[in-house]
Write a protein that binds this ligand. Structure first.
Ligand SMILES: Cc1ncc(COP(=O)(O)O)c(C=O)c1O
Length: 393
């Protein structure tokens, strides 16, 4: 029965960390997996989460099942936090999921239920797991031009030209902010143009929001999304609490659906719950319960917001320092784009041979395609990283 199973390919990002761990060189640097690290190279538990955990420990009286949609109080808090006072909130429903990964999958499943084999447009490049999740759900993937390999910024013209081909039965997936892997974000004008296209052509905007707070600020990072949300008939969102609440392993995410009417949103929600029931049944509660405690307490919310802001500042600072050192050492401004990128990642535009040389010759591990996790760098490593990068360039 199981004789036909062959070994699957290792996940390219997760296997990088293992390769780095096995490396005996003292100067090795792991810039692969998308995890924030502090000055000491640690990924600490967010302070507000620690406080919320104590509170949960004191007040929780049962570990009985929650429900298929997870923690409904969390769903409501997150919708309030993300959509704020936008009008589309009155049509929004939420389903808590095991990470945003779970949300990506159940939303893809429900789209495929509605329009089997529908096309979902992804940016070229996009998060490594987008295409596998979408195709596993039965959707067809097409790419729109996004990353300009010369400027290392968004190719707005190419993007808009390609999205003009997206029709009323298509879905267009947009990164809400802090684009993974490139670091090149849509500008507000891009959001406006895409909104117009969605209105005219009728495609469904699918927003993946995995890094709110890591770009320009908690509010500015959702400005483009909020503009679009107010103008279009329907949209869906996946939200990850992995990075901004530091809840990576607690698998805390949310799928939001905004249909044409609340009635339609509720019908879609009922199908999402059916899909959840047929797979994992319900998400883990712990992370969502903590986020809910934080978002329902003003002082804990402030505490959390200021910690995210300090993480954001740290990554921004690392970008500036790296650019300055690279400029000084190279005498040119080839890598200046790194300071224009947003969030945790940057695609450096180096070849796979150069990526290989970085790991083999210098013990620096970055994702194939040249994605660097800037949030994994420490100040003391900047010089070595810059020297190594220039040596392979
Ligand atoms: C763009 C994007 N979407 C979704 C996810 C999945 O996040 P989660 O850990 O919440 O499943 C990630 C994780 O890295 C991501 O970068």
């Amino acid at each position: 029965m199981l004789d036909n199973i062959t070994v699957a390919q290792a996940d390219p990002i997760l296997s990088l960390s293992a390769a780095c761990r096995a490396d005996q060189r003292s100067q090795k640097i792991d810039l692969g997996i998308g995890v924030y690290r502090d000055h000491h190279g640690n990924t600490p538990v967010v302070q507000a989460i620690k406080i919320a955990e104590q509170c949960l420990l004191d007040k929780q009286t049962t570990k009985a099942y929650v429900g298929l949609s997870g923690n409904e109080s969390f769903n409501e808090s997150m919708i309030n936090f993300l959509i704020a006072d936008g009008n589309s909130k009155s049509r929004a429903v939420g389903v808590q999921t095991p990470g945003a990964s779970g949300a990506l999958r159940i939303l893809a499943d429900v789209i495929n239920l509605s329009t089997p084999g529908a096309t979902i447009w992804l940016s070229d490049l996009s998060y490594a797991n987008h295409a596998p999740i979408m195709t596993a759900a039965g959707l067809k993937v097409r790419y729109f031009r996004y990353f300009d390999t010369d400027t290392k910024l968004v190719n707005s013209e190419g993007m808009i030209a390609d999205l003009k081909q997206a029709g009323s039965k298509d879905v267009v997936l947009l990164h809400g902010c802090c684009h993974n892997p490139t670091g090149a974000d849509l500008g507000f004008e891009d959001w406006k143009t895409i909104t117009k296209l969605a209105q005219k052509q009728g495609f469904l905007p699918f927003i993946d929001m995995a890094y709110q707070g890591f770009g320009s600020s908690m509010q500015e990072d959702v400005q483009g999304f909020r503009y679009l949300a107010e103008q279009v008939e329907s949209y869906v969102v996946t939200y990850s609490c992995s990075k901004n609440f530091g809840l990576y392993r607690e698998r805390t995410g949310l799928a939001i659906v905004v249909g044409k009417t609340l009635e339609q949103s509720l019908a879609i929600k009922s199908r999402l719950l059916e899909i959840a029931r047929g797979t994992y049944t319900m998400p883990p509660d712990h992370g969502a319960a903590l986020v809910d405690i934080i978002l329902r307490d003003d002082s804990l919310t402030d505490n959390w917001l200021s910690e995210v802001e300090s993480m954001r500042q740290r990554v921004k600072g690392l970008r500036t320092q790296l650019v300055n050192v690279l400029r000084e050492k190279s005498g040119n401004s080839v890598f200046d784009f790194i300071a224009q990128h947003q969030g945790m990642f940057s695609v450096l535009g180096i070849s796979s041979e150069q990526v290989k040389a970085l790991s083999e010759q210098h013990g620096i591990y970055i994702v194939g395609g040249g994605r660097v996790n800037m949030a994994g760098l420490q100040e003391s490593q900047i010089d070595y990283f810059a020297d190594s990068l220039l040596a392979v360039s």
